[in-house]
Design a protein around this ligand. Sequence first.
Ligand code: HEC
Ligand code: HEC
Ligand code: HEC
Ligand code: HEC
Ligand code: HEC
Length: 469
Amino acid sequence: MYRLRLHRLRSSSIVRRAAGLAALALAIGLSFGAREPQEHRGRFGLTRLDTADGERASLDGFFPSSDCALCHPRQWNELSGSLHSVSHHDPLYRAFAELARKEAGPEVYASCSGCHSPAGVASGLIPDVPEERLPEDAKAGVTCDVCHQVDALSGAHGPWKEEGNASLVLRPGRTKFGPFDDIARNPAHSGAARDFFRSSEFCAACHTVIHPTNGLFIEHTYDEWKRSVYAEKGIQCQDCHMRSVEDAIRVARTLEPVEVRGRSATKGEERRIAPHFFVGGNVDADVLARSTKHADMAEARLKSAAELAIEVAPSATAQALAFDVIVTNVGAGHALPTSLTELREMWLHVRVLAEDGRVLFESGDLDEHGEIRDGAARFGAITLDAQGRKTFKPWEAVSFGWKRLVPPKGSTRDTFRCALPTDAGAVTIDARLHYRIAPPHVVRELLGEAAFVPQIVEMARAERSFAAR
Ligand code: HEC
Ligand code: HEC
Ligand code: HEC
Ligand code: HEC
Ligand code: HEC
């Protein structure tokens, strides 16, 4: 659809057209829609989070992560400052979630909280207890005890036949579940192995977001991964997100897992371990989670994810310069961008420069408010509400109006055309792929006075010269 439409740029003599391999991205994008059944209600309402004994859990069953740090300082240092560690307090989430509570009601708010504040939901405190009266342990986010008290996944047997919407069965208590079946005796807890700790399905339980009442698959990182060569080769989410950035780059390049060895506990033996940084693309982690370390790692990860190439059309002349910019997803085990595609922004900034530096053509630059100008080559999604209007609020979404993602190990191609002035001489085509977590106007709308300007990261760059004959 969008593929055939010509985007008019500011100057009518310049057009850009997405073509070729973009069809592949389109095919991927549009095949994720609403699936049966439309609605699912569980013990805690519209979230699928559950407890093994079928009762509300006591909040005492969820220790703060800092308690685990006594014997697991490495994991604690790595987790602190990750988005998991602030998934309830993250200011962008807080503002968005309060808006959901106000506009869509407490049931929808509880569905958000099943993933963002699981202990609060499992203890029955969310959504009834007001935010300011909630104990801190209910707001601690995705903690050690949330993940390591997951006894089972419930997705395969439930609706949609796959993990999502917090399809986790919690069993708070003395046993911590993890990858090992033979842990060293210790005064704090016993251990038990669950195979899913080393598989993507565990992550999918929260990283697949399904609209709780209409069944639209809003975030489908797992499905993107499942159809990729990574899944085929047995590379799991953990192989990239529970590894250093350098190791993750190696994993993406070689399609072989990298094993890391070290101690699991200060008094443990040497084992196969897994770094707990959980870094994705959130370069604003310095603002949102007060961690420059995690923000820097996210930047490095984004810079390893894509490659750009420029191909000048063989028929190009100064009067009709035509060139393609090709984006290849080399490093992400899922689409680029992924998950919150209706919020995240990835786009091409393309310029044609004269020898003296004059800008002869530009696409994908920002306007005076910091928003991307119309006509840019973009990647992401637009969700529509029941009236067919554009909305960035997931609770209003009933369908995708547009979606364009670069599939894992796949490419997209955008064609740019312009006419050069007669005195242009040799020109340089400069293309950059940019990313930011959200458009500034959305951050302003959500955070008001406290708004920050989302950082723009240059993920990749390519340059090509062209001399008109
Ligand atoms: C199935 C689990 C799940 C549910 C339900 C869910 N989320 Fe999320 N949410 C996530 C995950 C996972 C991410 C991280 C995705 C990413 O960073 O790309 C996320 C990220 C976000 C972010 C971005 C935060 C940032 O710092 O960029 C916001 C805002 C957000 N969610 C709001 C909501 C709201 C509001 C709801 C309810 C209407 C909701 N979420 C429901 C799992 C969930
Ligand atoms: C008194 C020290 C101590 C404390 C406190 C402690 N642990 Fe442990 N934990 C250990 C030891 C020792 C091991 C085993 C290490 C080994 O065998 O290599 C272990 C292993 C584990 C494992 C692996 C289990 C498996 O079967 O794979 C997990 C998960 C775990 N701990 C989680 C936690 C969590 C969560 C907390 C906080 C609520 C915590 N631990 C607090 C000492 C402790
Ligand atoms: C988002 C879920 C999640 C959170 C939060 C989390 N873990 Fe883990 N943890 C895992 C997974 C998944 C593995 C297995 C990874 C693998 O082996 O590939 C693991 C492995 C472990 C192990 C054994 C391997 C190792 O690296 O030592 C221990 C011990 C452990 N976690 C303790 C902790 C502690 C302590 C915390 C809190 C500071 C914590 N975890 C937070 C998901 C989590
Ligand atoms: C209990 C739910 C839950 C589980 C299980 C879970 N996550 Fe998350 N994850 C979240 C939420 C919620 C966020 C977003 C928090 C925010 O931004 O406010 C998130 C954020 C992330 C991010 C940061 C994304 C960014 O934009 O930088 C990464 C990476 C990530 N998770 C990876 C994983 C991996 C890998 C696993 C499996 C080992 C996993 N998660 C399991 C809920 C979960
Ligand atoms: C081959 C390595 C690799 C694998 C496998 C992988 N990822 Fe990623 N992931 C990346 C890279 C690189 C990025 C940074 C680029 C980006 O933001 O998309 C990323 C980003 C993310 C983000 C942040 C996206 C955003 O823009 O907000 C989330 C969430 C995430 N991954 C979750 C997952 C989950 C869940 C799985 C398993 C289903 C997984 N990843 C598998 C490499 C990988």
